[in-house]
Ligand binder design. Structure first.
Ligand code: NDP
Length: 297
């Protein structure tokens, strides 16, 4: 079994290098040329040639343009990486007859209401990043390839920057923090995503009828404010030097950003759990584990 992993150094890509290794030989690429292989999603033709050369059984794409605010002004590149390149990969997967595993986001939804989103709910992104991710999904579905798309939310990992690490830095210097309390979702570990991905791929190889879109997020829901409070409480319990005395809950309207964020990022994960017999652990356990790893380094 040959697996081509794109975006090997992102939060999820890094964990996939580990979890996909149990499936077979993993050719893991980042945007740099490596042994004549091209994993740069900004350069379509070279990427297509690399896919044809490797002829994998499974392509897993963890590469993405993830700078949500910057995407509003850097539209061409966001579109190229999240949609145009994804369409090219899907076409190549279709020609090869191989699986294409891809990641998407709750930002394909408009964030209205408080009901967790199901896979077939109406999509309507409120920012350009979400628009490009949706275009990527649609291109995959239209390509005719065998695919798994995992929509996830609020990703964190030991590697790379994330909200929890930012909160720890801010809490070290400031006495007061303002954190958004009206966006609700589930912080989801890159390690969990990667593990679930490997389990799902294993089943898909045996039973191709499971192909489709799935929501993948840790159990439970929270706000950025509650998440920040947990991180800071943990930091204090580890006796980290911290100036912070109060974490104020604020509304999204008090924190304007170039890209609008959906308020309701809750994902209904029942389809994933039922189809692949997977238990999704509650978000707090994974966040605490990540903090422990980061802080004990
Ligand atoms: P990261 O931002 O951690 O990683 C993205 C990776 O894509 C980076 O390694 C980056 O490379 C790579 N990349 C960017 N441009 C290119 C390019 N032109 N060619 C090749 N590689 C490129 O993202 P995550 O791991 O957090 O995200 C994984 C998936 O999950 C993505 O599809 C994302 O849209 C989705 N997702 C993420 C969420 C989040 O909160 N982060 C929430 C919901 C969904 P480099 O390191 O060189 O910049």
């Amino acid at each position: 079994m040959k697996v081509l992993l794109l975006g090997k150094n992102g939060q999820v890509g890094w964990e996939l290098q580990r979890s996909l290794a149990t499936l077979g030989t993993v050719v893991a690429l980042d945007r740099n040329v490596s042994n004549g292989l091209y994993g740069d999603l900004a350069s379509g033709q070279s990427l297509r040639a690399t896919i044809q050369q490797i002829a994998p059984d499974i392509i897993v794409n963890a590469a993405a343009y993830t700078a949500v605010d910057k995407a509003e002004s850097d539209k061409d590149l966001a579109l190229q990486i999240n949609a145009t390149a994804v369409a090219a990969i899907a076409e190549e997967a279709s020609k090869l007859g191989c699986w294409f595993v891809h990641f998407s986001t709750d930002y394909v939804f408009d964030g209205e209401g408080d009901t967790p989103w199901q896979e077939n709910d109406a999509v309507s992104p409120v920012n350009y990043y979400g628009t490009t991710k949706l275009m990527g999904e649609q291109a995959i579905a239209a390509s005719g390839c065998k695919y798994l798309i995992f929509r996830t939310s609020w990703v964190y990992g030991v590697k790379g920057n994330n909200f929890a690490k930012t909160m720890l830095c801010l809490a070290a210097d400031r006495e007061e923090l303002n954190v958004i309390a009206d966006q609700i979702g589930a912080p989801t570990g890159a390690d969990l995503i990667a593990d679930v991905c490997a389990v799902a791929v294993r089943k898909a190889l045996i039973d191709p009828s499971v192909a489709g879109v799935y929501h993948l997020a840790a159990g439970g829901f929270t706000s950025w404010h509650e998440y920040a409070q947990l991180v800071i409480d943990y930091g204090k319990s580890m006796a980290l030097p911290m100036q912070v005395k109060v974490v104020n809950p604020i509304s999204t309207s008090r924190f304007p950003t170039p890209a609008r964020r959906p308020l309701n990022s809750r994902l209904n994960t029942e389809k994933l759990r039922q189809t692949f017999s997977i238990h999704l652990p509650e978000w707090r356990g994974g966040v605490t584990r990540m903090l422990k790893e980061v802080l004990e380094k």
